[in-house]
Design a protein around this ligand. Sequence first.
Ligand code: RP5
Length: 170
Amino acid sequence: MIREKKIFEKVGIVMGSQSDWDTMKNAVKILEKLSVPYEVNIVSAHRTPDRLYDYGKSAKRKGIKVIIAGAGGAAHLPGMLASMTYIPVLGVPILSKALSGMDSLLSIAQMPSGIPVGTLAIGDAGACNAGIMAAQILAINNKSIEKKVKNYRIKQTKSVKEKPETYIEK
Ligand code: RP5
C-alpha cells in the first residue's frame, strides 16, 4: 500500500488592506470547504514594503505552496510577491470604488514577461476561484484535496436546476 506523504503544506492568503478582507474572505470560505490549510495576512506593497519582502522571502520556509494575493487600485502586491519567490502567485483584483476594479485588474494582469501572476476575475468570484485554483494546484500531489475538489464540483453540478424557479412551461 502506498501511504500518502504527510506534507505540511498550506495556502498563503495576503491582501493589501483591511478593506480587502470582505472580498478575500471568499477565498478563505472555499479553502475551509475543501479542507485546505491556509494562513491570512495583511501585507501592503506600498505601506509595509519590509513586511512584503519578509513575506516573499519566508513563504517557502513556512510551507506555503501557493500564494493568493488580493489588492486594489495600484495593485502591486501580487506582482511584487511573484518577483520574490518561485511559489505560484494568484492575483485577485479588488473591486475599487474609483475605477470599478479595472485599475486593479490591469495592474495585476499586465506583468512583464518572465514574472507571471495568475490573474483571476475582479471581486468575490475572483477570490473564490483563486481558492479553488489553489486547491487544484495542491491536489496535483495530494489525493485527499483532489477528492474534495472533485466532490465540490459534483455537488455544484447537481445543484443547478434545469429550469428556473417560478417559470411555468406552456
Ligand atoms: C490597496 O489599496 C489595497 O489593496 C486596497 O484595495 C486599496 C485601498 O486601501 P485602503 O485605503 O482601503 O486601506 O493597497
